[in-house]
Design a protein around this ligand. Sequence first.
Ligand code: CA
Ligand code: CA
Length: 230
Amino acid sequence: MRRSTAAIAAIVIVVTAGALVVGGAAPTDAAGPAGGGVTLSMESLAMEVGESGSATLNIAVVPELGAWTIDIEFDPLILESTGCTAFQGGVCNEHLSDSSARVTGASARGIAGDLDLGSFTFRCVAAGTSALEIDIFVLTDADLGGLNDLFPIVVDGEAVCSGTDLIGDASCDGVVNPLDAALILQLSAGLINTLPCPDAGDTSGDGTTNPLDAALILQFSAGLIGSLPP
Ligand SMILES: [Ca+2]
Ligand SMILES: [Ca+2]
């Protein structure tokens, strides 16, 4: 509730500031309410598990943008949202939910051009690919006679999180040790939902990950077996 109130207050400030700053720029009439030719796109990312990266949400080329609320949906098993920065006087929330981040903003007279709306930072928590899916809640022009929805071409992004090729390295840290065994036991007990590097957990090579794989890691760590799979 406090966040919503703050966001609304910030938007009011943005609208007020927009009226002052953008007041001299007359909105173009060439846009039309349909926003034809406008593309709303999210950048893609490629990272190692444990690394972070930022992707920008862009709208181009928009003749007149008046209000926007746009969510970026992602897979929380692959990505963690760790930050965001709003541009064009907007406000963002990197923790809208465990699987979405939001940027919102407004301009009284409209802004035009090739506009970055926000930069979203994610950390790879597990190997795999997550969509960075654009979900539009509000996207309008700034028509004084009534705001008209824009219907841009939407280009989603994706984040590819690379894992390890090292069998047994369930934690994706480049070494095989009892930490990996502990993670596999936590997975088997239902304490965690996935491994950072799921494919590395099957140390026996039988297609499933279970306490036997943890036991093999401990045997490997103790020097009882020389390789994984044994
Ligand atoms: Ca490891
Ligand atoms: Ca196995």
